[in-house]
Design a protein around this ligand. Sequence first.
Ligand code: ADP
Ligand code: ADP
Length: 225
Amino acid sequence: MLSLKQISKYYSSGGAKTYVLNRVDLDVDQGEFVSIMGPSGSGKSTLLNIIGMLDQPSEGYQYFLNEPVHQLKDKQRSALYKQNIGFVFQAYHLIDELTVYENIETPLLYQDVKSAERKALVADILDRFNIVGKKDLFPEQLSGGQQQLVGIARALISKPKLILADEPTGNLNSKQGEEIMELFKKLNKEDGVTVIQVTHSEKNAQYGSRIINLLDGKIDSSIIL
Ligand code: ADP
Ligand code: ADP
């Protein structure tokens, strides 16, 4: 599904380069569930953002669904992202002024999806996530766990092949966190969605099929579960 070859990311200040990622090689197959772990500052979020084409590497080659990402223009990268990737954030990133329904519908407004189909898709996912009764509420009226469910529903609404999640349970209590991890596991196993998550939690990492440990911007170890 995706391949990173000798990917580096550095920031320059006063002529010196500080490497956040240093010659990372990584291949992920369709259907995998990968957990990225490592100390704070080891480059986890940067790696996830590069995989999701939200950030660009300084050096290296990157392929996603056989497209050479390093050669694409901004517009092409953005189209590839919108068609194939759902991003889930630790802090949910919902739009406060929009209801649950409207938040979930948002990605479809940027695609060519007709109104009747949008309604059907949102209704279906509200039902699947058991949040039909919350559809007219605003994010601040929900618990953290419910907000993250909405964040995941929004990420899934355009039926992405790949879900990227950066500390998706970081703001949740352990019961809510478990529910979110079970949901990812189900999406992966039953719907074949590829999942890559960043997590600090060894327990959450165990939900995946592979754990990648980052240390100082390099892959320190890779463990198949
Ligand atoms: P992690 O997710 O593992 O905590 P990050 O990928 O967020 O690590 O960040 C890795 C390192 O990159 C951190 O030391 C951070 O300070 C640095 N970094 C991130 N963005 C920038 C930036 N725009 N300019 C300089 N350094 C940055
Ligand atoms: P958490 O994010 O761990 O759920 P919260 O403090 O956000 O913790 O919420 C605790 C409980 O309070 C939740 O069960 C939620 O349903 C309820 N709650 C949170 N915010 C609101 C709100 N604005 N209106 C009504 N109930 C709320």
